[in-house]
Design a protein around this ligand. Sequence first.
Ligand code: NAG
Ligand code: NAG
Ligand code: NAG
Ligand code: NAG
Ligand code: NAG
Ligand code: NAG
Ligand code: NAG
Ligand code: NAG
Length: 545
Amino acid sequence: MDKELEAEIHPLKHDDEKPRGNSESRTEKDGSFKKASHHSRFAQCRTVVFFFLLFTCLFVVFIISFIIPCPDRPISQKMWEINYNTAVSYDFMAFKDINEDTVQDIIFLYKDSNSSSSFNISCADEGFSPCVFLAAVSGANGSLLWEKPVAQEVANMECFDHQTTKGPPPLSGCFIVGKYNSFLAVDSSTGEILWKLPSSFGVNTSILTPFLNIPDVTDDEVQDLLLFLKSGREIKSYLFSSSTGEQVGFVSRLNLEGDVGYVMHVTNTGAYYIIFHSASSLYGYSLKDLYEQMTGKKNKFEEDPYWKIMIDNATHRIPPSHSWGTIRYLMKVPGSAGEDILLVKSDACELLDGQTLISKWTLNTSEVVRKPVLGYYKPGALAIVLENGTGEQRKILIVDAASGAILWSYTLNSFAGTPKSATVKTADRRSAFFFWSTTNQMETVDLQKNLYMFHPTFPNIFLELTNITKNIVAFNVLFEQNHHASYVLLTGPTNQEWPGPVSLSKQKVKENVLTAQVIWLGPTRRENEQTIKDRFYELRYKREA
Ligand SMILES: *[C@@H]1O[C@H](CO)[C@@H](O)[C@H](O)[C@H]1NC(C)=O
Ligand SMILES: *[C@@H]1O[C@H](CO)[C@@H](O)[C@H](O)[C@H]1NC(C)=O
Ligand SMILES: *[C@@H]1O[C@H](CO)[C@@H](O)[C@H](O)[C@H]1NC(C)=O
Ligand SMILES: *[C@@H]1O[C@H](CO)[C@@H](O)[C@H](O)[C@H]1NC(C)=O
Ligand SMILES: *[C@@H]1O[C@H](CO)[C@@H](O)[C@H](O)[C@H]1NC(C)=O
Ligand SMILES: *[C@@H]1O[C@H](CO)[C@@H](O)[C@H](O)[C@H]1NC(C)=O
Ligand SMILES: *[C@@H]1O[C@H](CO)[C@@H](O)[C@H](O)[C@H]1NC(C)=O
Ligand SMILES: *[C@@H]1O[C@H](CO)[C@@H](O)[C@H](O)[C@H]1NC(C)=O
């Protein structure tokens, strides 16, 4: 037995000793051999069982991680397009995941004589002819989710995701003001009309945008609606309950005249203010003041002690900033401490501190004719995209929001009808930028528009994604599931009086990259074009925080 044990421990040594042994030792050896083979079969079994279990485990892991979730994943098509033959479209698009398939769905407006067949709704049934439909289509494949005739003609609309403090799930609504005395709210999740009222805004009035979604004042846990109207040259405010459409209190006349724009701003102390611009001045109205004037009730909102002193209590003027140009746009820009205010003026762009309204920087861009968009050029550092120029050339400027320094610029051809720029965040905390240029084609009536993609890792490269000759009514780029990005285009007639082909399409950016053309912005061509396209193809996108 000792020897056997030793044989197991030192098999070779035992073998070496073997030739010297007699028959007795041979039989002993045979016995030990039998036992050893028994042992190795046992070991084999063990190995088989081990590998069987290992593979079973791996298989289960594989099933769980790859196969099972697959049926739940909605398949978002690479590209889809829906068409209407004789319709009109509007510069309005909202995104919301309506069917809860993790893909953003698209809400848009179109005017047609009858609905797009899937739902047999006739305009005449609703007393309109023709009518404007509010429609929602699946972002995944363009199938119609719901549609509703909302008005004979739409003047303004706005969609919000309301926050409720408790109770029912957040109500999300689109508020539509019709041109001919109608005011209604549509639940954007279902397309149900929440309420519909004849509007009482009066003749010669125009409703201003944006509609403001203010904290609940009607004690129904739903945020309410503050509208501003221009009647003649006067500016008036109206307050409505979001859930019933009921007007809350009286109309208040503001001490403002002419063309105005505004933003709702929250100060560092949490006080709400509406900042207006009119000509070259800024005016501040606290929500507390407006609310008290409209309802006669008190103690609903707070005032900011600093702003109370800063704003002239008779004229509501905010002390002038440095330059005197006419203010064209007012925009909120997230800063290090709260939101700052960007003024786009006829002589410069200026960023004001969101609390003190003291100028942080000024930039000589006198011809910014479009509301700027925000993006990230350096990782995590917000930048402002300005389009400077009114003629055939338009300079795109990417400006650091903190310092006002120009980080990048490039001049593009641009004629009227060039769509706005757009950005989408990438996984490296920067943004992909999308710019349009137009080429004047003498022989055809339609201008050719080129869509370029730009990423700060390649500051001297544009990827030309696509060419389009149709008239673009609305354009945007959005983050898609699985770290993709897509762009949505709404095209239609240039003149709303003349119905024609309307189309809504969505295209994955990645698919366009494959067929894109690399455009070199400078003389240096350091990299291989295929390598660049591969890098753009592999870009991963991030949801906007
Ligand atoms: C839709 O069509 C069905 C059957 O053709 C009809 O019963 C129904 O009333 C129609 N609905 C509308 C809103 O026209
Ligand atoms: C719209 O639909 C209604 C009912 O289906 C139909 O009677 C009418 O002729 C249609 N109008 C047009 C312009 O197609
Ligand atoms: C589109 O996708 C939805 C789910 O998002 C699905 O229910 C519908 O059947 C699809 N339609 C088509 C035409 O593929
Ligand atoms: C509406 O405006 C027009 C032109 O601006 C004017 O002639 C008309 O008198 C105004 N109507 C009312 C009711 O103010
Ligand atoms: C403005 O404020 C001053 C002091 O804070 C006060 O004396 C004055 O009555 C106020 N004027 C108006 C119009 O409220
Ligand atoms: C901006 O323009 C003003 C006058 O229009 C000029 O005084 C100023 O020097 C310019 N600033 C820069 C940085 O070019
Ligand atoms: C913006 O455009 C105006 C007019 O073309 C020009 O004077 C100005 O220098 C431009 N600003 C920048 C920063 O390029
Ligand atoms: C766009 O049109 C230009 C000619 O104007 C052509 O060279 C280019 O290949 C087109 N790009 C795409 C992506 O189709």
